[in-house]
Design a protein around this ligand. Sequence first.
Ligand code: NAP
Ligand code: MG
Length: 488
Amino acid sequence: MTTKTEVTTYLNFINGEWVGSEKGEVDASINPADRNEVVGYVQKSTALDLDKGVQAAEEAKADWSALSGAERGNYLYKVADILESRLDEIAKTMTREMGKTFPEAKGETARGVAILRYYAGEGMRKVGDVIPSTDAGALMLTTRAPLGVVGVITPWNFPVAIPIWKMAPALIYGNTVVLKPAQDTGVTAAKVIECFEAAQLPAGVVNMVTGPGSVIGQGLVEHEGVNGITFTGSDTVGKRVGQGALARGAKYQLEMGGKNPVIVAEDADLDLAVEATISGGLRSTGQKCTATSRVIVHRDVYDEFKEKLLEKVAEIKVGNGLEDGTWMGPCASESQLNTVLHYIEKGKEEGAELLYGGKKYVGEGCDTGFYVEPTVFDSVDNNMTIAQEEIFGPVLALIKVDSAEKAIQVANDVQFGLSASIFTTNIQKMLDFIKHMDAGLVRINAESAGVELQAPFGGMKQSSSHSREQGQAAIEFFTSIKTVFVKG
Ligand code: NAP
Ligand code: MG
Protein backbone atom coordinates (compact mmCIF):
# COMPACT_ATOMS: atom_id res chain seq x y z
CA MET A 1 0.00 0.00 0.00
CA THR A 2 1.25 3.45 -0.84
CA THR A 3 1.37 5.71 2.14
CA LYS A 4 0.33 9.31 2.01
CA THR A 5 3.80 10.62 2.84
CA GLU A 6 5.39 9.15 -0.33
CA VAL A 7 2.88 10.75 -2.66
CA THR A 8 3.04 14.36 -3.88
CA THR A 9 0.35 16.77 -2.79
CA TYR A 10 -0.63 19.25 -5.50
CA LEU A 11 -1.76 22.76 -4.61
CA ASN A 12 -4.01 25.41 -6.08
CA PHE A 13 -2.39 27.97 -8.37
CA ILE A 14 -3.56 31.46 -7.44
CA ASN A 15 -1.99 34.78 -8.41
CA GLY A 16 1.21 33.08 -9.59
CA GLU A 17 1.69 31.05 -6.37
CA TRP A 18 1.04 27.43 -5.42
CA VAL A 19 -1.14 27.54 -2.31
CA GLY A 20 -2.97 25.03 -0.17
CA SER A 21 -6.70 25.20 0.49
CA GLU A 22 -7.60 27.23 3.57
CA LYS A 23 -8.95 24.10 5.28
CA GLY A 24 -6.01 21.90 4.35
CA GLU A 25 -8.23 19.09 3.05
CA VAL A 26 -7.18 16.97 0.09
CA ASP A 27 -8.63 14.24 -2.13
CA ALA A 28 -6.63 11.23 -3.31
CA SER A 29 -6.42 10.79 -7.07
CA ILE A 30 -6.46 7.06 -7.75
CA ASN A 31 -4.97 5.03 -10.59
CA PRO A 32 -7.94 3.23 -12.20
CA ALA A 33 -5.60 0.43 -13.34
CA ASP A 34 -4.78 -0.26 -9.68
CA ARG A 35 -7.03 1.20 -7.03
CA ASN A 36 -4.27 0.86 -4.42
CA GLU A 37 -2.05 3.37 -6.17
CA VAL A 38 -2.52 7.01 -5.25
CA VAL A 39 -1.24 9.19 -8.11
CA GLY A 40 -1.29 12.34 -6.01
CA TYR A 41 -3.33 14.36 -3.58
CA VAL A 42 -5.24 17.38 -4.81
CA GLN A 43 -6.75 20.23 -2.84
CA LYS A 44 -10.34 19.94 -1.75
CA SER A 45 -10.89 23.67 -1.89
CA THR A 46 -13.62 25.84 -0.48
CA ALA A 47 -15.60 28.84 -1.67
CA LEU A 48 -13.06 31.09 0.05
CA ASP A 49 -10.20 29.58 -1.98
CA LEU A 50 -12.24 30.12 -5.11
CA ASP A 51 -12.83 33.77 -4.17
CA LYS A 52 -9.08 34.29 -4.04
CA GLY A 53 -8.65 32.71 -7.47
CA VAL A 54 -11.36 34.89 -8.99
CA GLN A 55 -9.98 38.00 -7.33
CA ALA A 56 -6.51 37.31 -8.75
CA ALA A 57 -7.99 36.89 -12.23
CA GLU A 58 -9.97 40.13 -11.87
CA GLU A 59 -6.89 42.07 -10.82
CA ALA A 60 -4.83 40.71 -13.72
CA LYS A 61 -7.32 41.32 -16.51
CA ALA A 62 -6.65 44.98 -17.30
CA ASP A 63 -2.91 44.54 -17.90
CA TRP A 64 -3.35 41.27 -19.77
CA SER A 65 -5.97 42.64 -22.14
CA ALA A 66 -3.77 45.71 -22.74
CA LEU A 67 -1.07 43.56 -24.36
CA SER A 68 -1.12 43.03 -28.11
CA GLY A 69 -2.32 39.70 -29.46
CA ALA A 70 1.21 38.99 -30.63
CA GLU A 71 2.58 39.51 -27.12
CA ARG A 72 0.00 37.18 -25.62
CA GLY A 73 0.76 34.73 -28.41
CA ASN A 74 4.42 34.67 -27.45
CA TYR A 75 3.47 33.43 -23.99
CA LEU A 76 1.38 30.64 -25.52
CA TYR A 77 4.26 29.60 -27.79
CA LYS A 78 6.40 29.27 -24.66
CA VAL A 79 3.77 27.19 -22.88
CA ALA A 80 3.62 24.95 -25.97
CA ASP A 81 7.39 24.40 -25.96
CA ILE A 82 7.40 23.58 -22.25
CA LEU A 83 4.48 21.16 -22.56
CA GLU A 84 6.22 19.51 -25.51
CA SER A 85 9.42 19.08 -23.49
CA ARG A 86 7.38 17.34 -20.75
CA LEU A 87 5.19 15.35 -23.12
CA ASP A 88 6.10 11.82 -22.04
CA GLU A 89 6.00 12.63 -18.34
CA ILE A 90 2.63 14.38 -18.52
CA ALA A 91 1.18 11.68 -20.77
CA LYS A 92 2.32 9.04 -18.31
CA THR A 93 0.63 10.91 -15.48
CA MET A 94 -2.54 11.03 -17.56
CA THR A 95 -2.44 7.26 -18.14
CA ARG A 96 -1.88 6.64 -14.44
CA GLU A 97 -4.60 9.03 -13.42
CA MET A 98 -7.43 8.18 -15.83
CA GLY A 99 -6.41 4.98 -17.59
CA LYS A 100 -6.22 5.74 -21.31
CA THR A 101 -3.30 4.00 -23.04
CA PHE A 102 0.08 5.71 -23.07
CA PRO A 103 0.11 6.15 -26.90
CA GLU A 104 -3.32 7.80 -26.70
CA ALA A 105 -2.20 9.99 -23.80
CA LYS A 106 0.86 11.06 -25.78
CA GLY A 107 -1.36 11.83 -28.77
CA GLU A 108 -3.61 13.96 -26.59
CA THR A 109 -0.70 15.85 -25.05
CA ALA A 110 0.76 16.51 -28.51
CA ARG A 111 -2.69 17.80 -29.45
CA GLY A 112 -2.46 20.19 -26.51
CA VAL A 113 0.87 21.50 -27.85
CA ALA A 114 -0.63 22.01 -31.31
CA ILE A 115 -3.70 23.82 -29.89
CA LEU A 116 -1.45 26.23 -27.98
CA ARG A 117 0.52 27.00 -31.14
CA TYR A 118 -2.65 27.41 -33.19
CA TYR A 119 -4.07 29.98 -30.77
CA ALA A 120 -0.71 31.68 -30.31
CA GLY A 121 -0.93 32.41 -34.06
CA GLU A 122 -4.50 33.67 -33.68
CA GLY A 123 -3.06 36.65 -31.83
CA MET A 124 -1.90 37.97 -35.22
CA ARG A 125 -5.01 37.22 -37.26
CA LYS A 126 -7.99 39.39 -38.14
CA VAL A 127 -10.68 39.95 -35.55
CA GLY A 128 -13.19 42.11 -37.38
CA ASP A 129 -14.71 43.52 -40.55
CA VAL A 130 -15.14 46.88 -42.18
CA ILE A 131 -18.79 47.49 -43.04
CA PRO A 132 -19.81 50.31 -45.40
CA SER A 133 -21.61 53.04 -43.51
CA THR A 134 -24.54 54.91 -45.04
CA ASP A 135 -22.62 58.01 -44.04
CA ALA A 136 -20.00 58.41 -46.75
CA GLY A 137 -17.74 60.36 -44.42
CA ALA A 138 -17.59 57.68 -41.71
CA LEU A 139 -15.71 54.47 -41.06
CA MET A 140 -17.63 51.57 -39.57
CA LEU A 141 -15.99 48.41 -38.37
CA THR A 142 -16.14 45.64 -35.83
CA THR A 143 -13.57 44.82 -33.21
CA ARG A 144 -13.57 42.37 -30.33
CA ALA A 145 -13.48 42.84 -26.58
CA PRO A 146 -12.53 40.10 -24.11
CA LEU A 147 -15.20 38.96 -21.63
CA GLY A 148 -12.92 39.53 -18.63
CA VAL A 149 -12.62 36.60 -16.22
CA VAL A 150 -13.50 33.21 -17.72
CA GLY A 151 -14.36 30.21 -15.54
CA VAL A 152 -13.25 26.97 -17.18
CA ILE A 153 -14.91 23.73 -15.99
CA THR A 154 -13.58 20.52 -17.53
CA PRO A 155 -14.15 16.74 -17.42
CA TRP A 156 -11.65 13.91 -16.81
CA ASN A 157 -11.72 12.23 -20.20
CA PHE A 158 -9.35 14.62 -22.01
CA PRO A 159 -7.54 16.13 -19.01
CA VAL A 160 -4.90 17.93 -21.12
CA ALA A 161 -6.63 18.77 -24.39
CA ILE A 162 -9.94 20.14 -23.08
CA PRO A 163 -8.50 22.58 -20.49
CA ILE A 164 -6.08 23.77 -23.19
CA TRP A 165 -8.66 24.13 -25.94
CA LYS A 166 -10.61 26.40 -23.59
CA MET A 167 -7.76 28.27 -21.88
CA ALA A 168 -5.68 28.99 -25.00
CA PRO A 169 -8.42 30.90 -26.87
CA ALA A 170 -9.59 32.56 -23.63
CA LEU A 171 -6.09 33.90 -23.10
CA ILE A 172 -5.21 34.89 -26.64
CA TYR A 173 -8.31 37.08 -26.89
CA GLY A 174 -7.37 38.87 -23.67
CA ASN A 175 -9.32 37.09 -20.91
CA THR A 176 -7.93 35.81 -17.63
CA VAL A 177 -8.82 32.34 -16.43
CA VAL A 178 -9.84 30.34 -13.37
CA LEU A 179 -9.67 26.61 -14.17
CA LYS A 180 -11.67 24.08 -12.19
CA PRO A 181 -10.57 20.70 -13.59
CA ALA A 182 -12.32 17.40 -12.83
CA GLN A 183 -11.17 16.35 -9.39
CA ASP A 184 -10.41 12.84 -10.72
CA THR A 185 -7.67 14.26 -12.95
CA GLY A 186 -6.41 17.08 -10.74
CA VAL A 187 -2.79 15.92 -10.89
CA THR A 188 -2.65 16.03 -14.70
CA ALA A 189 -4.29 19.47 -14.57
CA ALA A 190 -1.68 20.71 -12.08
CA LYS A 191 1.09 19.62 -14.45
CA VAL A 192 -0.53 21.51 -17.32
CA ILE A 193 -0.70 24.60 -15.12
CA GLU A 194 2.98 24.14 -14.21
CA CYS A 195 3.71 24.68 -17.92
CA PHE A 196 1.87 28.01 -17.82
CA GLU A 197 3.78 28.94 -14.67
CA ALA A 198 7.12 28.07 -16.28
CA ALA A 199 6.26 30.28 -19.27
CA GLN A 200 6.04 33.17 -16.77
CA LEU A 201 2.62 34.48 -17.62
CA PRO A 202 1.89 37.51 -15.42
CA ALA A 203 0.53 36.56 -11.99
CA GLY A 204 -3.23 36.06 -11.89
CA VAL A 205 -3.69 35.52 -15.64
CA VAL A 206 -4.11 31.76 -15.15
CA ASN A 207 -5.41 30.34 -11.88
CA MET A 208 -6.47 26.84 -10.90
CA VAL A 209 -8.66 25.88 -7.97
CA THR A 210 -9.41 22.18 -7.52
CA GLY A 211 -12.27 20.73 -5.50
CA PRO A 212 -15.74 19.25 -5.74
CA GLY A 213 -17.83 20.29 -8.71
CA SER A 214 -20.74 21.13 -6.42
CA VAL A 215 -18.59 23.68 -4.55
CA ILE A 216 -15.92 25.00 -6.91
CA GLY A 217 -17.72 24.40 -10.22
CA GLN A 218 -21.00 25.79 -8.98
CA GLY A 219 -19.13 28.53 -7.13
CA LEU A 220 -17.58 29.69 -10.43
CA VAL A 221 -20.98 29.66 -12.11
CA GLU A 222 -22.50 31.81 -9.37
CA HIS A 223 -19.52 34.13 -8.78
CA GLU A 224 -20.23 37.76 -9.70
CA GLY A 225 -16.57 38.24 -10.60
CA VAL A 226 -16.73 35.66 -13.39
CA ASN A 227 -17.91 37.03 -16.73
CA GLY A 228 -18.09 33.84 -18.77
CA ILE A 229 -18.29 30.11 -18.09
CA THR A 230 -17.08 27.49 -20.51
CA PHE A 231 -18.09 23.96 -19.53
CA THR A 232 -17.53 20.47 -20.91
CA GLY A 233 -19.11 17.52 -19.17
CA SER A 234 -22.36 15.66 -18.71
CA ASP A 235 -25.68 17.04 -19.86
CA THR A 236 -27.16 16.93 -16.35
CA VAL A 237 -24.48 19.16 -14.87
CA GLY A 238 -24.23 21.25 -18.04
CA LYS A 239 -27.87 22.28 -17.92
CA ARG A 240 -27.47 23.38 -14.32
CA VAL A 241 -24.37 25.38 -15.26
CA GLY A 242 -26.28 27.07 -18.10
CA GLN A 243 -29.21 27.97 -15.85
CA GLY A 244 -26.92 29.34 -13.16
CA ALA A 245 -24.97 31.49 -15.60
CA LEU A 246 -28.11 32.76 -17.31
CA ALA A 247 -29.67 33.68 -13.96
CA ARG A 248 -26.98 36.29 -13.36
CA GLY A 249 -26.47 37.28 -16.98
CA ALA A 250 -23.06 35.68 -17.50
CA LYS A 251 -22.10 34.33 -20.91
CA TYR A 252 -21.89 30.54 -21.05
CA GLN A 253 -20.91 27.75 -23.34
CA LEU A 254 -21.76 24.08 -22.77
CA GLU A 255 -20.38 21.02 -24.51
CA MET A 256 -22.12 17.90 -23.25
CA GLY A 257 -22.93 14.31 -24.09
CA GLY A 258 -23.43 12.33 -27.25
CA LYS A 259 -25.09 9.14 -28.44
CA ASN A 260 -23.19 8.95 -31.63
CA PRO A 261 -24.24 6.63 -34.46
CA VAL A 262 -22.33 5.03 -37.27
CA ILE A 263 -24.42 3.99 -40.27
CA VAL A 264 -23.20 1.08 -42.37
CA ALA A 265 -24.92 1.11 -45.77
CA GLU A 266 -25.34 -1.98 -47.95
CA ASP A 267 -22.63 -0.67 -50.32
CA ALA A 268 -20.07 0.12 -47.56
CA ASP A 269 -16.51 -1.10 -47.43
CA LEU A 270 -17.20 -3.41 -44.49
CA ASP A 271 -13.59 -3.86 -43.39
CA LEU A 272 -13.17 -0.10 -43.19
CA ALA A 273 -16.49 0.24 -41.34
CA VAL A 274 -15.51 -2.44 -38.83
CA GLU A 275 -12.15 -0.83 -38.15
CA ALA A 276 -13.73 2.61 -37.66
CA THR A 277 -16.52 1.25 -35.46
CA ILE A 278 -14.01 -0.38 -33.15
CA SER A 279 -11.67 2.58 -33.10
CA GLY A 280 -14.49 5.11 -32.69
CA GLY A 281 -16.45 3.06 -30.18
CA LEU A 282 -13.89 1.35 -27.98
CA ARG A 283 -10.69 3.39 -27.95
CA SER A 284 -10.23 5.28 -24.69
CA THR A 285 -12.59 2.63 -23.29
CA GLY A 286 -15.49 4.39 -25.02
CA GLN A 287 -14.99 7.48 -22.88
CA LYS A 288 -15.01 10.09 -25.61
CA CYS A 289 -17.95 12.42 -26.08
CA THR A 290 -17.70 11.59 -29.79
CA ALA A 291 -17.46 7.81 -29.24
CA THR A 292 -19.59 5.58 -31.45
CA SER A 293 -22.24 3.83 -29.41
CA ARG A 294 -24.96 2.89 -31.93
CA VAL A 295 -24.09 0.88 -35.02
CA ILE A 296 -26.94 1.09 -37.51
CA VAL A 297 -26.45 -1.53 -40.22
CA HIS A 298 -28.40 -2.32 -43.41
CA ARG A 299 -30.00 -5.75 -43.22
CA ASP A 300 -28.27 -6.97 -46.42
CA VAL A 301 -24.82 -6.71 -44.84
CA TYR A 302 -25.79 -7.06 -41.18
CA ASP A 303 -24.63 -10.64 -40.60
CA GLU A 304 -21.38 -10.24 -42.50
CA PHE A 305 -20.60 -6.97 -40.69
CA LYS A 306 -21.41 -8.54 -37.32
CA GLU A 307 -19.15 -11.50 -37.95
CA LYS A 308 -16.22 -9.31 -38.98
CA LEU A 309 -16.82 -7.00 -36.02
CA LEU A 310 -16.83 -9.81 -33.47
CA GLU A 311 -13.65 -11.26 -34.94
CA LYS A 312 -11.86 -7.94 -34.41
CA VAL A 313 -13.37 -7.22 -30.99
CA ALA A 314 -12.05 -10.58 -29.82
CA GLU A 315 -8.51 -9.40 -30.64
CA ILE A 316 -8.69 -6.39 -28.29
CA LYS A 317 -6.11 -6.55 -25.55
CA VAL A 318 -7.38 -5.07 -22.31
CA GLY A 319 -4.90 -4.08 -19.62
CA ASN A 320 -2.86 -1.38 -17.95
CA GLY A 321 -2.43 1.47 -20.40
CA LEU A 322 1.26 1.78 -19.53
CA GLU A 323 2.01 -1.74 -20.77
CA ASP A 324 3.14 -2.26 -24.34
CA GLY A 325 0.48 -3.87 -26.47
CA THR A 326 -2.48 -2.76 -24.38
CA TRP A 327 -5.22 -1.52 -26.69
CA MET A 328 -7.88 -0.69 -24.10
CA GLY A 329 -7.30 0.49 -20.55
CA PRO A 330 -9.70 0.52 -17.59
CA CYS A 331 -12.70 2.78 -17.03
CA ALA A 332 -11.49 6.02 -15.49
CA SER A 333 -13.06 5.46 -12.07
CA GLU A 334 -15.04 2.97 -10.06
CA SER A 335 -18.21 4.97 -10.49
CA GLN A 336 -17.68 4.99 -14.26
CA LEU A 337 -17.21 1.19 -14.20
CA ASN A 338 -20.41 0.79 -12.19
CA THR A 339 -22.30 3.02 -14.62
CA VAL A 340 -21.15 0.90 -17.56
CA LEU A 341 -22.10 -2.36 -15.79
CA HIS A 342 -25.48 -0.85 -14.88
CA TYR A 343 -26.21 -0.06 -18.54
CA ILE A 344 -25.13 -3.55 -19.62
CA GLU A 345 -27.64 -5.06 -17.15
CA LYS A 346 -30.29 -2.68 -18.40
CA GLY A 347 -29.59 -3.79 -21.98
CA LYS A 348 -30.06 -7.44 -21.03
CA GLU A 349 -33.20 -6.69 -19.03
CA GLU A 350 -34.78 -4.82 -21.93
CA GLY A 351 -34.17 -7.71 -24.32
CA ALA A 352 -31.02 -6.83 -26.22
CA GLU A 353 -28.91 -9.89 -26.98
CA LEU A 354 -25.44 -9.81 -25.43
CA LEU A 355 -23.08 -10.97 -28.18
CA TYR A 356 -19.72 -10.27 -26.60
CA GLY A 357 -18.27 -9.19 -23.25
CA GLY A 358 -20.64 -7.67 -20.72
CA LYS A 359 -18.69 -8.26 -17.53
CA LYS A 360 -16.00 -6.74 -15.36
CA TYR A 361 -12.69 -7.74 -16.99
CA VAL A 362 -10.62 -9.98 -14.72
CA GLY A 363 -7.52 -10.78 -16.78
CA GLU A 364 -4.12 -11.24 -15.19
CA GLY A 365 -3.00 -8.21 -13.16
CA CYS A 366 -6.38 -6.55 -13.59
CA ASP A 367 -8.07 -7.55 -10.33
CA THR A 368 -7.41 -4.24 -8.58
CA GLY A 369 -8.44 -2.08 -11.55
CA PHE A 370 -11.73 -0.78 -12.94
CA TYR A 371 -11.66 -2.91 -16.08
CA VAL A 372 -14.64 -3.90 -18.20
CA GLU A 373 -14.82 -6.17 -21.24
CA PRO A 374 -15.43 -4.64 -24.65
CA THR A 375 -19.12 -5.31 -25.12
CA VAL A 376 -21.38 -5.79 -28.13
CA PHE A 377 -25.18 -6.04 -28.09
CA ASP A 378 -27.22 -7.50 -30.94
CA SER A 379 -30.89 -6.93 -31.82
CA VAL A 380 -31.05 -3.54 -30.18
CA ASP A 381 -34.20 -1.50 -30.60
CA ASN A 382 -33.51 2.23 -30.75
CA ASN A 383 -36.01 2.82 -27.95
CA MET A 384 -34.00 0.78 -25.46
CA THR A 385 -32.12 2.63 -22.74
CA ILE A 386 -28.74 1.48 -24.12
CA ALA A 387 -29.63 3.13 -27.44
CA GLN A 388 -30.86 6.38 -25.88
CA GLU A 389 -28.66 7.28 -22.91
CA GLU A 390 -24.96 8.06 -22.98
CA ILE A 391 -23.07 5.10 -21.47
CA PHE A 392 -19.53 6.48 -21.78
CA GLY A 393 -18.05 3.00 -21.91
CA PRO A 394 -16.92 0.36 -24.43
CA VAL A 395 -20.41 -0.79 -25.38
CA LEU A 396 -21.66 -1.07 -28.96
CA ALA A 397 -25.34 -1.52 -29.79
CA LEU A 398 -26.09 -3.10 -33.19
CA ILE A 399 -29.34 -1.96 -34.80
CA LYS A 400 -30.69 -3.49 -38.03
CA VAL A 401 -32.49 -1.30 -40.61
CA ASP A 402 -34.07 -1.79 -44.04
CA SER A 403 -32.92 1.33 -45.87
CA ALA A 404 -30.60 4.33 -45.80
CA GLU A 405 -33.52 6.67 -45.09
CA LYS A 406 -34.56 4.58 -42.11
CA ALA A 407 -30.94 4.54 -40.91
CA ILE A 408 -30.81 8.34 -40.77
CA GLN A 409 -34.22 8.45 -39.08
CA VAL A 410 -33.01 6.05 -36.37
CA ALA A 411 -29.69 7.90 -36.09
CA ASN A 412 -31.59 11.13 -35.41
CA ASP A 413 -34.00 9.56 -32.93
CA VAL A 414 -32.09 10.52 -29.76
CA GLN A 415 -31.84 13.70 -27.68
CA PHE A 416 -28.16 14.21 -28.57
CA GLY A 417 -26.51 15.38 -31.78
CA LEU A 418 -22.77 15.61 -31.38
CA SER A 419 -21.11 13.41 -33.97
CA ALA A 420 -22.23 10.87 -36.58
CA SER A 421 -20.68 8.90 -39.38
CA ILE A 422 -21.73 6.87 -42.40
CA PHE A 423 -19.94 4.22 -44.39
CA THR A 424 -21.07 4.15 -48.00
CA THR A 425 -19.61 4.35 -51.50
CA ASN A 426 -22.77 5.98 -52.87
CA ILE A 427 -22.56 9.75 -53.39
CA GLN A 428 -26.30 10.33 -53.06
CA LYS A 429 -26.31 8.56 -49.69
CA MET A 430 -23.42 10.77 -48.57
CA LEU A 431 -25.28 13.90 -49.64
CA ASP A 432 -28.50 12.80 -47.92
CA PHE A 433 -26.58 12.07 -44.73
CA ILE A 434 -24.86 15.47 -44.75
CA LYS A 435 -28.21 17.18 -45.26
CA HIS A 436 -30.45 15.22 -42.90
CA MET A 437 -28.19 14.10 -40.06
CA ASP A 438 -28.70 16.35 -37.02
CA ALA A 439 -25.19 16.41 -35.61
CA GLY A 440 -22.50 19.06 -35.23
CA LEU A 441 -19.92 16.77 -36.81
CA VAL A 442 -20.88 14.54 -39.75
CA ARG A 443 -18.20 12.25 -41.08
CA ILE A 444 -18.21 10.16 -44.23
CA ASN A 445 -16.17 6.94 -44.32
CA ALA A 446 -14.41 7.96 -41.12
CA GLU A 447 -14.98 7.13 -37.45
CA SER A 448 -17.27 9.30 -35.36
CA ALA A 449 -14.52 10.22 -32.91
CA GLY A 450 -12.16 12.30 -35.04
CA VAL A 451 -11.77 15.99 -34.26
CA GLU A 452 -9.37 18.51 -35.78
CA LEU A 453 -8.30 21.46 -33.65
CA GLN A 454 -8.55 24.02 -36.48
CA ALA A 455 -12.21 23.19 -37.24
CA PRO A 456 -15.30 24.17 -35.23
CA PHE A 457 -16.40 21.57 -32.68
CA GLY A 458 -19.74 21.23 -30.94
CA GLY A 459 -23.10 19.56 -31.04
CA MET A 460 -26.70 20.06 -32.02
CA LYS A 461 -29.80 19.36 -29.91
CA GLN A 462 -28.96 18.57 -26.27
CA SER A 463 -25.26 18.02 -26.91
CA SER A 464 -24.35 21.67 -26.58
CA SER A 465 -25.51 25.20 -25.96
CA HIS A 466 -25.28 25.55 -29.76
CA SER A 467 -22.04 27.46 -29.64
CA ARG A 468 -18.84 26.05 -31.12
CA GLU A 469 -15.34 25.58 -29.73
CA GLN A 470 -11.94 25.22 -31.38
CA GLY A 471 -10.67 26.68 -34.62
CA GLN A 472 -11.61 30.27 -35.34
CA ALA A 473 -15.12 29.61 -34.03
CA ALA A 474 -13.73 30.02 -30.50
CA ILE A 475 -13.60 33.79 -30.90
CA GLU A 476 -17.41 33.89 -30.79
CA PHE A 477 -17.57 32.73 -27.20
CA PHE A 478 -14.42 34.27 -25.77
CA THR A 479 -15.08 37.81 -27.02
CA SER A 480 -17.92 40.23 -27.53
CA ILE A 481 -18.29 42.06 -30.81
CA LYS A 482 -18.00 45.83 -30.61
CA THR A 483 -19.37 47.74 -33.58
CA VAL A 484 -17.37 50.93 -34.07
CA PHE A 485 -18.49 54.03 -35.92
CA VAL A 486 -15.84 56.70 -36.50
CA LYS A 487 -16.39 60.15 -37.90
CA GLY A 488 -13.63 62.71 -38.16
P1 NAP B 1 -19.45 15.92 -15.20
O1 NAP B 1 -19.72 15.02 -14.09
O2 NAP B 1 -20.56 16.71 -15.78
O3 NAP B 1 -18.28 16.88 -14.74
C1 NAP B 1 -17.73 17.87 -15.58
C2 NAP B 1 -17.12 18.96 -14.72
O4 NAP B 1 -18.16 19.66 -14.03
C3 NAP B 1 -16.17 18.43 -13.65
O5 NAP B 1 -15.11 19.34 -13.48
C4 NAP B 1 -17.06 18.41 -12.42
O6 NAP B 1 -16.33 18.45 -11.22
C5 NAP B 1 -17.87 19.68 -12.63
N1 NAP B 1 -19.12 19.74 -11.87
C6 NAP B 1 -19.77 18.75 -11.22
N2 NAP B 1 -20.88 19.23 -10.63
C7 NAP B 1 -20.94 20.55 -10.91
C8 NAP B 1 -21.86 21.60 -10.59
N3 NAP B 1 -22.95 21.38 -9.86
N4 NAP B 1 -21.61 22.84 -11.06
C9 NAP B 1 -20.53 23.08 -11.83
N5 NAP B 1 -19.61 22.14 -12.14
C10 NAP B 1 -19.82 20.88 -11.70
O7 NAP B 1 -18.81 15.13 -16.45
P2 NAP B 1 -17.62 14.07 -16.40
O8 NAP B 1 -18.17 12.81 -15.82
O9 NAP B 1 -16.41 14.68 -15.81
O10 NAP B 1 -17.32 13.88 -17.94
C11 NAP B 1 -18.02 13.02 -18.78
C12 NAP B 1 -19.04 13.79 -19.60
O11 NAP B 1 -18.41 14.80 -20.36
C13 NAP B 1 -19.75 12.94 -20.61
O12 NAP B 1 -21.11 13.22 -20.58
C14 NAP B 1 -19.18 13.38 -21.95
O13 NAP B 1 -20.01 13.21 -23.05
C15 NAP B 1 -18.89 14.80 -21.69
N6 NAP B 1 -17.90 15.30 -22.62
C16 NAP B 1 -18.31 16.15 -23.61
C17 NAP B 1 -17.41 16.65 -24.53
C18 NAP B 1 -17.85 17.59 -25.60
O14 NAP B 1 -17.04 18.36 -26.07
N7 NAP B 1 -19.11 17.58 -26.00
C19 NAP B 1 -16.06 16.30 -24.43
C20 NAP B 1 -15.67 15.43 -23.40
C21 NAP B 1 -16.61 14.96 -22.50
P3 NAP B 1 -15.94 17.11 -10.42
O15 NAP B 1 -15.89 16.00 -11.42
O16 NAP B 1 -14.64 17.41 -9.84
O17 NAP B 1 -17.03 16.94 -9.41
MG1 MG C 1 -8.25 8.71 -11.18
